[in-house]
Design a protein around this ligand. Structure first.
Ligand code: SAH
Length: 344
């Protein structure tokens, strides 16, 4: 009999599964709290269930696990980067970042990525598979357990495209925010997408309180198509139309990510184009000095970052420049996994 990944079940799905085993429904809540509040790693630890029932559970379900392969701690700013091995041998990364308002965890949603953005290390080794909800939750559970830090917010900005693993990401969000689990408000969650327009419409209808970040990175279709293949499927016009719909449906403003790359997207013309594209949209622009990756030659010029930001501000946009964290530990997404898999 094939066993079920119990950590990936929403509470109502677990209730159904427990009732179908001939057990009382309230048992599901007890089990769910063991898994998601007390975060046990075996059925044996569920001591308010009879031994017989625990054995039955272990015959029908399994509890997924992650193993730490590498842990890098920044000596500059307390950033921690974990390389985790999944139970099938694939690898993913997550990063703990300290901010004034709390501790944030950047998690992966896929092993690898299909999107092909050519400045991003996550896509270079190709796509392996989607992560299960359990494997996203365990990045939080294992990281809190190992680091002893309490995570106050989560960004889905690690390896992978979250909207390309849509159903599992929704289950993850439901379990993360459930009262009987971690009970994290989705106001403390950001989801970053390269722009899968059909899924942005679907997500808007869910009216989650999360922050949607959209990786724009260019100010016109010609430039964007050169660095982000997804732009050939959904151009900037279509993307921004979906963003306006998202803002109207959810009442939340959108954050546009713009990785500044010298000579690629950092000219005055680019800044002016960006201002006219985003004018009137309830949004915020986050400028990221591009992280250097070994395989590519992209660079950010400090002066042009400040200059670009100031042109956008004068043009009436809300702008922040992302602080570089973990510069000494290769904290840009996908680099650690890429190196580890290349060594293996
Ligand atoms: N697939 C999603 C989320 C993962 S990437 C997305 O595209 O949004 C998270 C963010 O990091 C995205 O904005 C991505 O474009 C950006 N990013 C990837 N590689 C980068 C690099 N080398 N320097 C700066 N930002 C990068």
């Amino acid at each position: 009999m094939e066993k079920t990944d119990i950590l990936s079940l929403r509470i109502n799905e677990l209730e159904e599964a427990i009732v179908s085993l001939g057990e009382k429904k309230f048992r599901a809540i007890q089990i769910y709290e063991w898994l998601h509040k007390k975060r046990v790693v075996s059925f044996e630890q569920m001591t308010n269930l009879s031994l017989e029932f625990r054995i039955k559970l272990s015959q029908h379900f399994y509890i997924e696990q992650l193993n730490i392969v590498k842990k890098l701690e920044s000596s500059i700013d307390n950033t921690i980067k974990y390389l985790y091995r999944l139970s099938d041998g694939n690898h993913i990364e997550c990063v703990v970042m300290e901010y004034i308002h709390g501790t944030s965890l950047c998690i992966s949603t896929q092993a690898g990525c299909k999107m092909g953005c050519n400045f991003c290390a996550s896509t270079i080794a190709g796509f392996k598979r989607n992560l299960m909800p359990s494997e996203m939750l365990l990045q939080l559970y294992e990281t809190e357990r190992d680091s002893g830090r309490k995570i106050s917010s989560i960004v889905l900005m690690g390896i992978g495209e979250p909207l390309d693993n849509y159903e599992n990401v929704l289950s993850f969000l439901d379990i993360l925010s459930s009262e009987k689990g971690t009970n994290m408000s989705l106001r403390h969650v950001s989801l970053s997408t390269c722009g899968l327009v059909d899924k942005i419409y679907e997500l808007a209808k869910k009216k989650y309180g999360l922050t949607l970040s959209v990786s724009l990175h260019a100010s016109n279709d010609e430039d964007r198509s050169k660095i982000m293949p997804i732009n050939k499927v959904y151009g900037i016009g279509e993307l921004l139309k979906a963003c306006r719909y998202y803002i109207n449906e959810t009442g939340r403003r959108i954050s546009f990510e713009y990785a500044l790359m010298e000579g690629i997207n950092d000219s005055k013309k680019n800044a002016d184009e960006l201002i006219s594209l985003l004018k009137g949209i309830n949004c915020h622009v986050n400028i990221i000095p591009v992280n250097k990756i070994k395989e590519r030659d992209y660079r950010a010029d400090r002066k042009s970052v400040a200059n670009f930001a100031s042109i956008l501000e004068k043009g009436g946009l809300n702008v922040t420049v992302r602080r570089t964290l973990g510069a000494d530990i290769n904290a840009a997404c996908g680099q650690l996994r890429r190196e580890h898999e290349a060594e293996a």
